[in-house]
Design a binder for this molecule. Structure first.
Ligand SMILES: [Zn+2]
Length: 211
């Protein structure tokens, strides 16, 4: 049985930094549509944009008016985070087997498609580490060097996708020197990330077990 793995300080700080870069700071687990959550919390909102994600699904961006009128915990939390009367929420309805799940993410600036995707990937990676699918610290399967995934240098750090390259190295258990750059054309979009994380090559698993 898989236990729950503690997210270590380096991973925590790294994921927090990735989130900050996107203005992302909070999410809701509530399966209801975002507008229902906002209405129930007494928060005024205006839809400002529909963004078509790479998965073909639509993410709706809402501008929130945090006037402090409601005494709802959600609004209090959003206000105290940004110390401001403005925030943004996105509703991403993802196709689940049983229907649609609504992912609600909160941002302190108007999010782009990449920002929304990044918020989802951050959560997926965190979860994958917690359930033991990804190891925060590992021995490179090519050279054996012991590395922490947050120290891996993406081959093209200047690109928006640099953080995904890091996650691929985390999945494939390769250090920065040994990474197979050919693989980086195959960067999974977030709808595939569950499979992406689980579909570690068999030889990686074998190596991991030998150690
Ligand atoms: Zn290596």
């Amino acid at each position: 049985m898989e236990g729950s793995v503690l997210i270590d300080g380096s991973t925590e700080r790294h994921l927090a930094r990735l989130a900050r870069e996107s203005g992302y700071f909070q999410r809701e687990f509530n399966p209801d549509p975002t507008r229902t959550i906002l209405t129930q919390a007494g928060i005024n909102y205006v839809p400002i944009q529909d963004i078509e994600m790479d998965t073909g699904e639509i993410a709706t961006v809402y501008s929130l008016d945090l006037n402090g009128d409601s005494e709802n915990k959600l609004e209090e939390g959003l206000i105290s985070h940004g110390n401001t009367d403005e925030a943004f929420a996105t509703d991403w309805a993802v196709d689940a087997n049983h229907g649609y799940d609504h992912l609600t993410y909160y941002f302190d600036s108007p999010p782009t498609k990449n920002d929304i995707e990044k918020a989802r990937i951050i959560n997926k990676v965190k979860h994958a580490i917690e359930i033991g699918k990804l190891q925060q610290q590992f021995s490179c399967r090519s050279c054996g060097k012991r590395v922490h995934w947050t120290d891996l240098m993406p081959p093209t750090p200047e690109r928006e996708n640099g953080y995904k390259q890091q996650i691929i190295m985390l999945r494939d258990q390769q250090c920065s020197c040994c990474n197979d750059t050919d693989n980086f054309d195959h960067i999974a979009h977030p709808n595939e990330i569950d499979e992406f994380i689980q579909a570690r090559p068999a030889d990686v698993m074998a190596t991991a077990h030998e150690e």
